[in-house]
Design a protein around this ligand. Structure first.
Ligand code: THU
Length: 131
């Protein structure tokens, strides 16, 4: 099982693959499942800007496409352009979708290059749910 530091390192590696010629704002994400499996994602932009895909949602799609059946527990997010690269609102809703009642840990890099973490229920309360 990777540590929070190791997950952040994987997110850093993933950010190097970002396709972001428009914003020049690379983002990488690495998600951890209860069974120890990890999946990464980077942002992928498009000349029609609104079609751009976020790193976090690409990581979660990667897991689903790989047939992952375990429970999502953590997500590390990194951008070389900023510290504490919080997930956007849409990605928070996606994280909540795959939480299934668990309070997912969100791992970021702080100003001192240390890991810090937040929980989805704190940064995205009262999320939309169908049931
Ligand atoms: N981006 C992400 O990858 N994740 C987020 O949570 C917010 C923003 C990307 C989208 C775009 O390619 C770039 O960062 C600048 O907005």
């Amino acid at each position: 099982m990777l540590s929070n530091n190791e997950l952040l390192e994987k997110a850093k590696e993933a950010s190097k693959k970002a396709y972001c010629p428009y914003s020049k704002f690379p983002v990488g994400a690495c998600i951890l499942y209860e069974n120890g499996n990890i999946y990464t994602g980077c942002n992928v932009e498009n000349s029609s800007f609104g079609l751009s895909l976020c790193a976090e949602r690409n990581a979660m799609s990667n897991a689903i496409n790989s047939g992952e059946q375990s429970q999502l527990i953590k997500i590390a997010i990194y951008s070389p352009n900023t510290t504490k690269c919080f997930p956007c609102g849409a990605c928070r809703q996606w994280v909540q979708e795959f939480s299934f009642g668990n309070n997912i840990e969100i791992i970021l890099e702080d100003d001192n290059k240390n890991c810090c973490s937040y929980f989805i229920n704190d940064i995205f309360p009262y999320s939309f749910k169908l049931i």
